[in-house]
Design a protein around this ligand. Structure first.
Ligand code: SF4
Length: 326
């Protein structure tokens, strides 16, 4: 088994809520609330949950775009949770992000060459000629013509712009790529093309992905493992195969039932999750899912369920629910 690329232990990210004339802190948004997992080289971890579950905040905290509130974060064994900006510089080259909206994440006044080469300039990598050559190489790798370099993002379709975003993410040869809803805004056929491209790039460049999406059906094809999040907590985490064939947590079961599948064997009676996701400023006591869980019992309102392993040896299957039995 390969050494861990990223180790996450009890990671929390809380944002202060300020109000009044003096902008006093009047509350906290508990966006990520004690998440732990290990990523090995070559893994693709799908992070799934409804909007507001904390998955995008977690993705950004993993690569220190956000400062963690609490918890440990180790990249190739190096502690990066408390590292200063200067200490983080070399690590930042090893991590990249592909953003949700390919158009919004690209500056419309910059040419594609400027956009893709921006991380090289920020890190002082290469001469102008070397940067131009690297951009041309990557545009070809992601399936765009070399002539695309001198054009502007608005001249491209959504799928092509996302390819530009992928080229930019790869320009410094990172090891870890966080894709935040990278294909969610694309048409289904284009989405499949971009997912296939990302899988080919993963093999070619030995990448490790965290692939964030609100829909379980999007991450199924690409993920080796999937973690289902709700209100800042991981509710279930397992290998992709185990999670889709035998989901154990009531929330995962509801998400799978709600997501479209062409496989008739997996079509379930649609369980509609009742109610809104509670505010992360006032997460429910006990199991945070109890206000919407069809199986909730009295103790669910009081006791926080621990993540317990129900997997076979060598195939971890973690579930946070009092009612799940061996
Ligand atoms: Fe539902 Fe209780 Fe399990 Fe939470 S612990 S998922 S509320 S049954």
């Amino acid at each position: 088994m390969s050494a861990p690329l990223l180790e996450v232990e009890g990671l929390k990210k809380h944002f202060p809520v300020r109000s009044g004339l003096f902008r006093k802190v009047t509350g906290w948004v508990h966006a990520v609330n004690g998440v732990s997992f290990t990523l090995r080289t070559g893994d693709t971890l799908g992070l799934v949950g409804e909007s507001g579950c904390g998955k995008s905040t977690l993705g950004r905290t993993l690569i220190r775009l956000y400062e963690p509130t609490e918890g440990a974060l180790r990249f190739e064994g190096r502690d990066i949770a408390k590292a200063t900006s200067r200490e983080l510089m070399p690590v930042r080259r090893e991590m990249a992000m592909i953003f949700q909206d390919p158009y919004a994440s690209l500056n419309p006044r910059m040419t594609v060459e400027d956009v893709v080469a921006a991380p090289m300039r920020a890190h002082g990598v290469g001469t102008t000629a070397e940067r131009r050559a690297r951009v041309a190489e990557l545009l070809e790798v992601v399936g765009l013509r070399a002539g695309a370099a001198s054009r502007y993002p608005h001249e491209f379709s959504g799928g092509q712009r996302q390819r530009v975003g992928i080229a930019r993410a790869l320009v410094l040869s990172p090891k870890l790529v966080i894709a935040d809803e990278a294909v969610s805004a694309l048409d289904v056929s284009i989405r499949a093309q971009v997912v296939n491209l990302m899988m080919r790039l993963k093999e070619r460049f030995k990448l490790t992905y965290v692939f964030i999406a609100h829909d379980l059906s999007i991450v199924e094809y690409i993920s080796t493992h999937v973690a289902v999040m709700y209100l800042g907590h991981v509710m279930e985490k397992a290998s992709s195969r185990a999670l889709y064939t035998s989901p154990k947590h009531p929330y995962t079961q509801a998400l799978i039932a709600a997501s479209p599948t062409p496989d008739p064997a997996r079509r379930k009676e649609k369980q509609v999750l009742k109610g809104e996701i509670p505010s992360p400023m006032r997460p429910p006591s006990g199991c945070v899912f109890h206000t919407r869980c069809p199986l909730a019992e009295e103790r669910c309102r009081v006791d926080v369920p621990a993540l317990r392993d129900f997997g076979k040896p060598g195939d971890e299957h973690l579930v946070a629910c009092h009612l799940v039995k061996e």
